[in-house]
Design a protein around this ligand. Sequence first.
Ligand SMILES: [Mg+2]
Length: 241
Amino acid sequence: MFRHQTDPTRLRVLSLDLDDTLWDVAPVIEGAEQALRAWLGRHCPRVTARYSPHGLRSLRDQINREHPDRAHDLSWMRVRTLELALEGCGYPSALAGDAFEVFLAARNRVALHADVLPALDALQRRYTLVALTNGNADLARVGLERYFDHYLCARGVGAAKPDPRMFHAVTEATGHAPETVLHIGDDPVRDVVGAARAGMLTAWVNRRGAPWPVDHPPPDTRISELLTLSDWLLRAASPGR
Ligand SMILES: [Mg+2]
């Protein structure tokens, strides 16, 4: 299963990426942006009249460029965009909070891949599970809170994967050494390269069977669905069962 000789009984912690690992994120963001736009159209129509969806995105890109120190904080970026758009159209910027809540509620209506619940259910019995995300999904709202021991997000850590601070946060939160951690995620650089540099084992979630796309060492294992990994780990960890 793993590229190198790996003793799975040494693993204590599984850290999992969320977006595009446990659900497809593009349709979720699209739906959330539509819900936000509908809300703005009802409550702040001068904003939707002045800003097309593309116009709002350009405003966000501009704020992003002006605040590289906040680039890891997607929620701040969206709220700040809304504040500026609202102010510019003569609305109180405080409405940005209500508008962002509409976005967040829709952003957390995700469709879990079919393997997610059975795999998490099996894995949480043996491992400490950590959610490690650059995004702003909320475990309670997506219904996964009970499976995870820790939730670590770029906003809370102050840096985004592949920054080593994100992976150090995992070892800090769990009290386990990096070599006892397997990080599982879909992004070749943010997840696999970042975790490998931090000394962790890596599983690349490659649901579409793509070739390894970057000029970096490949992951320790690649999987098209989580149950393959959970079955293998649990069997390997309990030989004779
Ligand atoms: Mg991802």
